[in-house]
Design a protein around this ligand. Structure first.
Ligand code: FAD
Length: 386
């Protein structure tokens, strides 16, 4: 089969790698608008349980992929200056550029041609030359827009503002830091992803953002302001910028996942929110499912697409629903800032409705025992049933 992939992010590259490695008869070319070393942001975080799928799909690549990951098996919720640790939460972190380099190297080894600096403007000419066209062109997918009447995408722009910084302060556990300021609540999602760097993603609601004057601030003024808000946690370290502009989450869904010989993959297909750290994982799981569809139906594009959608649609829908509840929680966090640190951390852990008290007890029985002893779990239960 002749396959063209638009977009050399994790979805496009991982699909290229799996398809070529396990079915070398396919001819695969990848088109990427940026140069090979372009990236935004700092680190990427995966939940470690979420990485089992990579081990199963390709154990050899899994070893390569995770060789330099930073790991930690607990997280911290920092509220009112108190650090509440919750065990049994395994996270694996790496820099986004290293992750992409590992994928690029593995693709090169297999002889896959990746055309960097090639933006596909009109996909019609390309799709006429191939059997399958994979639109892995990210959250702003131009291919999805070109065929919008077929894919029928919907968009939900969420209200909170985000800015993506790095810092040399090392946050060994994934740390969620909540700060009440005179203008409102600021949240930092922080984690170490390399021996010397941490990601520090700031989230703030739009009213707090405007009251703090950040609607009028330059990139550097915003950086300095946020560093001041989190001075206690950052210690003597500063925040660093890398196109750290304020943005809002745009949640994308598509009614149709395929059109003729085109299939949407990764963020082009659906975005989840990084409050669950799972965009990259979902993109790579899509790649695995499409690869499996192709293994089952090596000569039948439509059957391969149907198998892909059959495997991924339920998981994708469930996940987007819990990501949406997580977003709601962050957007309404101001209402529960009065809770004591333990009650607050418990509330956080149960925010998506997917994690029961028993699930939490399996992860960290000390945490749930402390919550029970303080009456936190019972209070949350009666609020939920009220
Ligand atoms: C601020 C922020 C923080 C995030 N944090 C995390 C995190 O901690 N953990 C996590 O798992 N995920 C995180 N994500 C999400 C993650 O980055 C994405 O979900 C993931 O990269 C999706 O992979 P993808 O391959 O589908 O798309 P992308 O990585 O967006 O790749 C798409 C590629 O297509 C290329 N392209 C687009 N249009 C064209 C065209 N017309 N022609 C050629 N090339 C084109 C782009 O240049 C890009 O390289 C975060 C996202 C953001 C915005």
């Amino acid at each position: 089969m002749k396959i063209a992939i638009v977009g050399a992010g994790p979805a496009g590259l991982y699909f290229a790698l799996l398809a070529k490695k396990h079915q070398p008869q396919h001819s695969i070319e990848v088109y990427e608008q940026n140069p090979a070393d372009a990236t935004y942001g700092w680190g990427v975080v995966f939940s470690d349980i979420g990485l089992n799928f990579l081990r199963e799909a390709d154990p050899e690549f899994f070893r390569e992929f995770t060789a330099h990951h930073e790991r930690c098996d607990y997280m911290e919720v920092v509220h009112q200056g108190t650090h509440v640790q919750i065990g049994g939460n395994h996270f694996s972190r790496t820099s986004r550029i290293d992750m992409l380099r590992t994928l690029q190297t593995a693709c090169e080894r297999l002889g896959i041609q990746v055309h960097y600096g090639r933006r596909i403007e009109d996909v019609n000419a390309l799709r006429a030359q191939v059997d399958m066209l994979v639109a892995a062109d990210g959250g702003n997918s131009a291919i999805r827009t070109q065929f919008a009447e077929h894919f029928r995408p919907s968009f939900e722009r969420r209200r909170n503002k985000f800015a993506w910084y790095g810092t040399r302060q090392l946050f060994h556990p994934v740390s969620l830091i909540f700060k009440q300021t005179p203008h409102g609540v600021f949240i930092a999602h922080s984690y170490q992803y390399s021996p010397g760097l941490s990601t520090f993603l700031i989230e703030v609601d739009p009213d707090t953002w405007s009251r703090a004057g950040l609607d009028r601030a330059s990139e550097d003024e915003s950086r300095a302001y946020c560093a001041q808000v989190f001075r206690e946690e950052l210690g003597c370290h500063e925040l660093m910028t890398n196109r750290s502009l304020w943005f809002e989450a745009n949640i994308v869904k598509n009614e149709q996942w395929t059109h003729q010989n085109i299939v949407l993959l990764g963020d082009a297909l659906r975005t989840v929110h990084f409050s669950l750290g799972s965009g990259t994982r979902m993109a790579m799981q899509d790649a695995i499912a499409l690869h499996r569809g192709l293994v089952e139906h090596p000569d039948d594009v439509q059957a391969a697409f149907a198998a892909f959608e059959h495997e991924r649609r339920p998981a994708s829908t469930t996940f987007q629903a819990s990501a949406s509840r997580s977003l709601d929680w962050y957007e309404r966090v101001g209402d529960i800032m009065h809770l004591n640190p333990l009650a607050f951390a418990y509330h956080y852990m149960r925010r998506t409705g997917q994690v029961s008290h028993e699930d939490l007890a399996r992860r960290d029985p000390y945490f749930t025992a402390a919550c029970e002893a303080a009456g936190v779990a019972q209070a949350a239960q009666s609020n939920a049933t009220a």
